[in-house]
Structures are given as C-alpha cells and as structure tokens.
Design a protein around this ligand. Structure first.
Ligand code: 8YV
Length: 320
C-alpha cells in the first residue's frame, strides 16, 4: 500500500502529479471552502504526511489523531498554526518554506506601504463610483514615502529585503529586532532602535516579526499612542501582533494617519470587522507571497520535503 498524503487545499497539479506516482494523494478539492475540522481529523488518522496552509490549525488533537504521521509540510514561512511541541513529542517533522518568498513578500509590503500612504484604493474606488467630478489640489492627497523614515519591527530575511527597497526610496531605515544586525548596519546604514523609540521616530512602521508568545499583542494602545499623528502602520506578518480594537480607535480618532493590513486576527476577515468601515485602512486578503512563481516554488519545496521524509531522508527547512 502506498503511504497516504493528505493535502488540505487545492495543490497545483504540476506539483501534485509527481506525488501521485509514489503516494496515495488525497486532496480537499475546494477553492472556496476550507477543509472542515472533522474531515481533517479523519484524514489525518491514517496519513503519513500532511500538507497544510497557515489557516489550518494543526493542534495536539490532530497530531495525536495522526498515528502514522511523519511530516507536516506547511506552505508558509510562519508556522504559528502548528503545535510544534506536540509534533516534536510525536516525532513528526515540520517543514516550512523560507527564502523562496522573501522578495515577493517584500514587494507586496512595499506596494501596500505606497498604496496606503497615497490612498490608492480610496482614489480608485472614488473614480469607479463616478465621484471624480473635478480636479482639486488637495483631493486624494497622502503621505510621501520618498525620503521618509521607515521603522521595521522584525529584521529577518523579509525585513532586510524591505529595508533594501526602502534605501532605493532614499528612506532612513530604523529597525528593531531580538538580535542586532551589525553586518546590515555597516553595509546599508540601517539603524537599531528600541521599540518605543522606533515607534516615536518612524513615519512608516512595518511589522515583519513572527507570531510568538512574545510578539502576540506587541502593538497595543500604548504603542500606537507613541506613533506620530502622521504615521502609517503596515502589517504583513500576523494579525495577532496588533490589538485590532486599539488600532480601530487610533485610526478612528486619527491619532495615527492610516494602516495597511494584509493580515488579521481572524482570517478570512469577517465583514463585521470594524476596521473595514474606516476609510484610512487599506486591506488585502493575506497575499504577501502570492505571485505565481513564488506560490509554485513554495508548493515544490513542501512536496520535496514530504518525499524526503517519506523516503527516509532529512528534509530541507525543518522547523526547530
Ligand atoms: C503564506 C505567509 O503564503 O509565509 C507565510 O508565513 O503568511 C504567507 O506567505 C500564506 O499564509 C499561505 O499559507
């Protein structure tokens, strides 16, 4: 009997087809409905590999149901959706997809930054609604990115890629990170700041830190109050890093100028989320890594990791 792989979303057939030759590949074939928990539990029970995405909660119950489980390959660099401790206890390897998405996610971060700063989505929707009736000097005006100060919270691979783009816009780059990056400071002139100082000085605060116990709720009412009235907050990491209720108040009361969000506390975002009612918020449906080339590269990395583990080899990108 071929080992079973359960795939929780529609995997591209160019990646899935070679897997089918060696394994019994089962797939949740819906682009609109996420795999129900009951199905996930049932399928995990006799699967040797699980291919998952960030919105699949792979907790202890699923891992313990997976009596034959040997690998969980997660299609993301972040892996806060998986109980890593439970996986370790049960000798289940977890792999992720770093590097291949770095530049694509940095592009999206910069696109969201510019779009939020210049109110592109508001301006476009006004035009489409027929509300652009006359040209006026201060209509649809926003904030300049060129020459501004950017503060990057989480200077990992994606943070550095964003910082390099910022240099191209002649921005001053401040960063906050668990560890200082002396090489990047020397090579590019990035300047380290404590978080509070970064929040006070930056025109653009960009969140790129992983979601952990330490970073959950990192940006709350106190932190937002430190930011400039003209500042823009960009979050492309995980929604839970920001206290959404506090952010809503800061944006509604104009104690900060705008926010660009690719990620939310609850995803997909319920339409009741009050942030959606504010004009000074630009929202995207978690598309940081969503270029065709990158998404295929991520799937291929996951597929190779599953083949490696099921054939007894050490995979690349094992999460520690
Ligand atoms: C994923 C992401 O593409 O890599 C991450 O951590 O959040 C995105 O790049 C997306 O969440 C699909 O799992």
């Amino acid at each position: 009997m071929k080992p079973k792989i359960f795939i929780t979303r529609m995997m591209d057939e160019q990646v899935a087809a070679p897997l089918r030759e060696k394994f019994d590949v089962r797939m949740w074939e819906s682009e609109t409905e996420p795999v129900p928990r009951t199905v996930l539990l049932k399928e995990a029970a006799d699967a040797e590999a699980l291919w998952t995405v960030i919105s699949d909660r792979i907790d202890r119950e699923i891992i313990e149901a997976g009596k034959k489980l040997r690998i969980i390959a997660n299609m993301a660099v972040g892996f806060n959706n998986i109980d890593i401790e439970a996986a370790k206890e049960h000798d289940v390897v977890v792999t992720n997809t770093p590097d291949v998405l770095t530049e694509t996610t940095a592009d999206l971060t910069f696109a969201l930054l510019l779009s939020t700063a210049r109110q592109l989505t508001v301006a476009e929707s006004e035009l489409r609604k027929g509300n652009w009736k006359s040209w006026s000097p201060m209509q649809y005006t926003g904030m300049d990115a060129g020459g501004a100060t950017i503060g990057i919270v989480g200077m990992g691979r994606i943070g550095e890629a964003v910082a390099r783009r910022a240099k191209g816009f002649n921005m001053t780059v401040l960063y906050h990170n668990r560890n200082r990056k002396p090489d990047a400071e020397a090579a590019y002139g990035f300047e380290y700041r404590e978080l509070d100082d970064l929040l006070k000085e930056a025109d653009f605060v960009v969140l790129l830190t992983p979601y952990t116990k330490e970073t959950a709720g990192l940006i709350g009412a106190r932190e937002l109050a430190l930011m400039k009235k003209t500042a823009v907050l960009i979050n492309v990491s995980r929604g839970g890093i920001v206290d959404e209720a506090a952010l809503y108040n800061a944006l509604k009361d104009h104690t900060i100028w705008a926010a660009g969000l690719d990620v939310f506390e609850t995803e997909p975002v319920p339409l009741e989320n009050p942030l959606l009612t504010l004009p000074n918020v630009t929202v995207l449906p978690h598309i940081g890594s969503a270029s065709i080339r990158t998404r295929l590269a991520m799937m291929k990395l996951n597929a190779q990791a599953m083949v490696d583990v099921l054939e007894g080899r050490e995979p690349e990108n094992r999460v520690e």
